[in-house]
Structures are given as structure tokens and as C-alpha cells.
Write a protein that binds this ligand. Structure first.
Ligand SMILES: C[S@@+](CC[C@H](N)C(=O)[O-])C[C@H]1O[C@@H](n2cnc3c(N)ncnc32)[C@H](O)[C@@H]1O
Length: 396
């Protein structure tokens, strides 16, 4: 059972049954383990094989799903990423792209078509995808769109390769899908969110307990100067502890090249502002955003905004140079958006559609400012085109 939300549509009976199965699975784990941190809950709600949100085969991205991402809005987004990737790849002896969490495969398709159109060489396009059903969708998308010779360049990986890699690593809206911890700051203590099961409501619920883990307490205390004095209602926020080890693994892999990460978030000073006292946890269900991660586990996306200062620090600690940071709008302007036009003979409706797509990707009240792009490089000092319009590294 799950309490109905007045503002959210009711799932159908088959979807509810799946969610019930996942709820039971997580509950059994909770009973065995005795406790469940929020990050552990989020991991299970999103990635439990066959049942988790990213593993259950239900539509996620696009009109039939729960949310839309930039590559699905317009191919221009992917063309700009391709232009940025090519600026680095043309200087390398091995030309590889590795994309994390490739969704429906739309970005990979449009990047590869742009490479073909411009006659740019590429050795491999690797995709590391956790979701088996998204992987199947990606294979269908790419097989249908690419000439066989180019489809052969695409390889799906189960884990990071053991051999070193030269090239460009891309991840669009992947960091926000990594499980985060939720914290509560009160005047005299800092607590970590755990999840318990309420037998009366038959639903998961929050359970805040004082932090006992020394490393988490240290990370939480380091945020106090930004948060200020919390009042008795508490200051709620999130912290992503997966990014640092993930960037370390990328640094161990990449000998030369660029990591380009695109996601929604803020620099630390903005992220942990007193005004953001309810945190940045957001759930997406059928194109409605809300903040209850316990609404039908497995049927909705759960995300948190990214602290880009933490990404820069972790990248630097892992051995990368922080080579650029800017808004999505400025990144796209620097990497080819201004040269992109609808076809000359396009119908007026096509031209209007093109203008609308550009607006969605770039306007400050749409994706233009809330989404940021950060570049981490290894063994290359080329000034990156994507940050030529506006580089905001000084804000990190
Ligand atoms: C919000 S979707 C974005 C999909 C796609 N990049 C797009 O822009 O349409 C998040 C994706 O990240 C993937 N993901 C999350 N953590 C990951 C990880 N550690 N490694 C690889 N993929 C991951 C999910 O499986 C999912 O495909």
C-alpha cells in the first residue's frame, strides 16, 4: 500500500504490483540489516535488478515517461558536445568516447551522426549503462540510425575497462541519479536520514538519527559555514558521496583527454544557502516534480542537485585539472549553437520548432542556467571552446 498523493496521478494496477514487490524486497533487506540509510534506499529504489526505477523496463524519458533530458529536446545539444569532443580527439592518437548512462541512446546517435557528417575519425564509442532495458533501447536506436561500419564502433561495457583510455568521457544527468545521503542540521546536532517502514501506513518513512560515522560527520561539519545557524525546524540537505570515488576511477582510467559532466546544480556557496532549507531532493513521476521519495518505490525517478564545488574538488584530488565550468547556455554558445541553423528550405513550423528547442536549452528560466557543465582534463592544456564565452571557474 502507499498513501495516494492528491497532486499525482495514480499508477495502474500492474505498476502498483511491481512497486509492491520492490517495497517488499527493500523491507526484507531492512529487517535483515536492521537499518537503511537514505542512500541505500535510493540505490535500491532506482537500481534493484528488474524492479528498480532504472531496471524495470517502464518508459522513463520522453512523453510516455517521467522526465525529458536535453539530448531529447534537440540534436543541437549533442552536436555541440560532439564539437567539444572533437576539439580534444583531433589532438589524440587514440580517439575514443565513453558515455555513462546513455538513456535512450539519443545523444550517442546524434554525436555519432555528427561525426559521420563531418568526416571525423573515431575508434570506439563505449557506453556504460547500468540499466538492462535502457541498454536494449540504446542498441535499437543506434542500430536503426547508423551505418553498420559505425554501429560496430559502439561497445557496451558492464564495468570500466581495465586497460587505460585516451579520449573523452561524457555524462549527461548521471551524477544526479547517483544515490545521495540526506542530512538534517539543527541548532545542537547534525543527523543522517535513515528509512524505516511504517506498518500502519504500510509505507516507508524518514527516521533521522545523529551522525555516528566520523567521515560523514566531518563532511557535514564542513558545510556549516555555508548553511549558517539552523533554526529548530532544521535545515535539510543532501550530500553525494559517490562522486569522489567515481571520479577517482575515471582518473585511474583516463591517461589523456577530457571528462565533460552536465547536470543541474550549483556552486557550494549557492547550494547550501539558508534559503534552500528543504534541500534539493526531487522526484519525477509522469512529468510532475515533487519531493516524496517514498511515493511508489520503483515507479518514479529520485534525484538531487549537484554541488559543483564538490565535483571540482574531487576531480582535482583525483588528479584532473578543472579546465572549465559554465552554464549550459554558455557552453552551447561556445561549442556551436550560434552556427546551428534550421535547414534553409525548412517549413515555417520547423523553423519555429527549432527556435523553441534552442529556447528550452538556453533560456535562464528553462535549462540554460540551472544546468551547468564542468570539464576535467588530463594531459592537455587546450583552451576548450565550450568555455570560451563565459568561464565561471572563479565561482567554484
Ligand atoms: C536521468 S538518466 C539520463 C539519461 C541520459 N544521459 C539522457 O541524458 O537522456 C540517468 C542515467 O544514469 C545512469 N547511471 C546512474 N548512475 C550510473 C553509473 N554509476 N554508471 C553508469 N550509469 C549510471 C542511469 O542508469 C540512467 O541511464
Amino acid at each position: 500500500m502507499n498513501k495516494p498523493h492528491k497532486s499525482l496521478p495514480e499508477p495502474n494496477e500492474a505498476a502498483k504490483a511491481r512497486s509492491q514487490q520492490l517495497t517488499e524486497r527493500i523491507r526484507q533487506h531492512l529487517n535483515r540489516a536492521g537499518r537503511l540509510s537514505f542512500a541505500d534506499y535510493m540505490q535500491r529504489a532506482l537500481y534493484t535488478p528488474n524492479l528498480g526505477y532504472y531496471a524495470n523496463g517502464l518508459p522513463k524519458i520522453g512523453d510516455q515517461g517521467d522526465f525529458i533530458t536535453a539530448p531529447e529536446i534537440s540534436p543541437i545539444f549533442s552536436h555541440c558536445l560532439a564539437n567539444q569532443a572533437q576539439q580534444i580527439l583531433e589532438t589524440l592518437s587514440e580517439k575514443n568516447i565513453l558515455e555513462f548512462g546513455a538513456g535512450r541512446g539519443t545523444m550517442a546517435k546524434d554525436i555519432l551522426l555528427h561525426f559521420i557528417e563531418n568526416d571525423w575519425p573515431l575508434d570506439h564509442y563505449f557506453i556504460l549503462e547500468l540499466s538492462a532495458d535502457l541498454k536494449a533501447t540504446q542498441q535499437a536506436t543506434l542500430k536503426a540510425a547508423l551505418p553498420d561500419e559505425w554501429y560496430q564502433k559502439v561497445q557496451w561495457l558492464e564495468r570500466l575497462p581495465k586497460q587505460p583510455l585516451q579520449g573523452v568521457i561524457l555524462a549527461n544527468e548521471v551524477l544526479d541519479a547517483m544515490p545521495c545521503e540526506r542530512l538534517k542540521f539543527e541548532p545542537d546536532q547534525v543527523s543522517q536520514a535513515f528509512v524505516t517502514f511504517d506498518e500502519t501506513q504500510q509505507a516507508f518513512q524518514w527516521d533521522y538519527r545523529p551522525i555516528t560515522e566520523p567521515s560523514l560527520l566531518k563532511q557535514a561539519n564542513a558545510l556549516l559555514p555555508y548553511i549558517g545557524e539552523p533554526d529548530h525546524k532544521g535545515y535539510f540537505t543532501e550530500i553525494n558521496r559517490h562522486i569522489a570515488p567515481w571520479l577517482q576511477s575515471l582518473s585511474d582510467l583516463l591517461t589523456q583527454g577530457l571528462v565533460l559532466l552536465i547536470d543541474y546544480g550549483y556552486v557550494r556557496q549557492e547550494y547550501y544557502q539558508p534559503a534552500r532549507h528543504m534541500g534539493t531532493l526531487r522526484c519525477h513521476y509522469q512529468h510532475r516534480a515533487h519531493s516524496d521519495p517514498f511515493f511508489y518505490p520503483g515507479l518514479q525517478d529520485i534525484t538531487a542537485h549537484i554541488d559543483f564545488t564538490a565535483v571540482a574538488e574531487s576531480g582535482f584530488d583525483a588528479g584532473f585539472k578543472v579546465a572549465g565550468f559554465t552554464t549550459q547556455a554558455h557552453f552551447l554558445m561556445g561549442s556551436g549553437l550560434l552556427q546551428a541553423n534550421p535547414p534553409h528550405d525548412a517549413e515555417i513550423t520547423e523553423q519555429l520548432k527549432f527556435a523553441q528547442q534552442v529556447k528550452t536549452l538556453t533560456m535562464p528560466d528553462e535549462m540554460g542556467e540551472s544546468f551547468k557543465v564542468i570539464a576535467l582534463t588530463k594531459e592537455t592544456d587546450i583552451p576548450l571552446i565550450g568555455f570560451s564565452y563565459r568561464d565561471l571557474r572563479h565561482q567554484l
